[in-house]
Design a protein around this ligand. Structure first.
Ligand code: GBH
Length: 475
């Protein structure tokens, strides 16, 4: 099929994505409480590469009107962003006070978006747990936090559910559990578990955190469906981060099995309970008692709890058995083929190379395996050394344009040639922003942010995406 014949479905959501802690700043304004990312980034020695924090970020809490104008200029019909739990309920808990100023902020923001003709896609939790819940009972390590999250979700549905038709409960539970509680490189920075988990410690934290994240997603979805969906009519789901894992040598049974184990661990850990009603058997057999069990009542709520498959994906890996750890299925991953060539163009971050065929293969795999419409909620690229360039050089982001050209073409082929049901594509990100443990040195935006002045400069990639959408949207 030629390129000009390939179209996007008529209800397709095309837009850009961000997350509260990465862009908002103003972390003590208007009654906001501290989140685990505030306390984590302020620790000494600094856990963030450049010693930075999200205190100012891209100042979007104050510049939200001009951010919406920017979105509008990019021709999008949707925007994915997250709500900061600490702005809505500063201490987080189900018996703690609700902060009307926080609600006002998001209500105003969403009303303005809708007025601009941009559909909001709202993430409830993009990693910024109210710090009080962490102190009170260990945050996600404790089942109590499940009920707190469901209450917080309810407050959000009540406050803005008349305007929001697309809800995401959690962003990337694998990252929350493994980087936050396994390796300790993300908030809340717990890593003691890493040593303990090797020999069957039943208290190994990431498995408990994930179990609670899955439950909190499921009970929030149940509440939405019972109390809000009948009148508000939206949909709700979870977003998982997926790498496309391919056998290193193409077809040896060892590498094929290793790649499947990696998929089971990165994706199936969450997707299998939610879409199939049980943890993957490879996880059950390798973890034994370390993997918590759902009660029959719980799994009945978990199974079928996501209306769609929310997908964040950036890259692909070649996989060999051996090495690694329980969090990746005990495999070795890389970008170098047996013949010494690389999969694609190297990004500024070590974990990312471009490989569009992997995106198409992943979309096909998820569609076949889980049979749910797919919302691509993040996809993007950080150009090597962009932080060292002058602004005029940086906005000429050729590698990012190439990345988006390849990935959007793979998306069109998955939809039009393979028949995969894809309902959205959100590029990460609207703005350069606070890139978690990497700080501000890693830039994923289609808009350059000058952090001295907070001025925004559209990069070439923003123009590419605008024109691509114009060309391929349903007529
Ligand atoms: C997304 O995660 C996030 O949702 C988003 O907030 C973030 O800004 C964006 O990616 C870009 O990173 O080499 O061990 O340090 C994607 C998953 C999470 C993959 C962090 C890379 C660092 C791995 N990413 N991870 S490590």
């Amino acid at each position: 099929m030629t390129n000009d014949k390939m179209k996007l479905p008529s209800d397709f959501m095309f837009g850009l994505a961000t997350a509260s802690y990465q862009i908002e700043g103003s972390t003590t304004a208007s009654g906001r409480g501290p989140s685990i990312w505030d306390t984590f980034t302020h620790k000494k020695p600094f856990p963030i590469a450049d010693g930075s924090t999200g205190d100012n970020a891209t100042d979007s809490f104050r510049r939200w009107k001009s951010d919406i104008a920017l979105l509008k200029s990019y021709g999008v019909n949707s925007y994915r962003f997250s709500i900061s739990w600490s702005r809505i309920i500063p201490n987080g808990g189900r018996n703690d006070p609700v902060n009307q100023e926080g609600i006002r902020f998001y209500r105003d923001f969403i009303e303005e978006l809708v007025k601009a003709g941009i559909k909001p896609c709202v993430t409830l939790y993009h990693w910024d747990l109210p710090h009080t819940l962490h102190d009170r009972y260990g945050g996600w390590l404790n089942r109590e936090t499940v009920d707190d999250f469901v209450h917080y979700a309810k407050v959000c549905f009540q406050a803005v559910g008349d305007l929001v038709k697309h809800w995401i409960t959690h962003n990337e539970p694998w990252i929350i559990s493994v980087l936050g509680y396994g390796y300790g490189i993300f908030a809340p920075g717990r890593s003691s578990n890493r040593e303990r988990s090797a020999e069957g410690d039943s208290n190994a934290e990431p498995w408990i955190v994930s179990h609670n994240l899955i439950l909190s997603h499921a009970y929030a979805a149940k509440l939405y469906r019972e109390e809000f969906k009948p009148t508000q009519g939206g949909s709700i789901g979870i977003t998982l981060d997926c790498v496309w894992y391919m056998p290193y040598d193409g077809d040896s049974p060892e590498c094929v099995q290793a790649a499947q184990r990696a998929l089971d661990t990165r994706i199936g850990w969450f997707a299998d309970p939610i879409y199939k009603g049980h943890y993957p058997s490879s996880l059950v057999s390798s973890l034994g008692d370390r993997l918590p069990k759902f009660t029959p009542e719980e799994i009945a709520v978990v199974h079928g709890s996501s209306d769609f498959f929310g997908l964040n994906t950036y890259t692909s890996n070649l996989v060999r058995p051996g090495g690694g750890d329980d969090f990746n299925g005990k495999v070795t991953t890389g970008f170098v083929r047996p013949d010494g060539t690389q999969l694609g163009t190297q990004a500024h971050v070590s974990w990312l190379q471009s490989y569009p065929p992997g995106f198409r293969a992943l979309l096909n795999y998820l569609w076949k395996t889980y049979n749910k419409p797919i919302y691509v909620t993040e996809n993007g690229f950080a150009v090597k050394d962009e932080n060292k360039l002058s602004i005029p050089e940086a906005i000429n982001d050729v590698d990012r344009v190439d990345y988006y050209r390849g990935y959007t073409q793979a998306l069109l082929e998955a939809i039009n040639v393979d028949g995969v049901d894809v309902k959205s594509y959100f590029a990460w990100s609207l703005l350069d922003n606070f890139e978690w443990a990497d700080g501000y040195g890693v830039r994923f935006g289609v808009t350059y942010v000058d952090y001295d002045t907070q001025e925004r400069f559209p990069k070439k990639s923003s123009r590419f995406l605008k024109e691509w959408y114009e060309e391929h949207k349903a007529s």
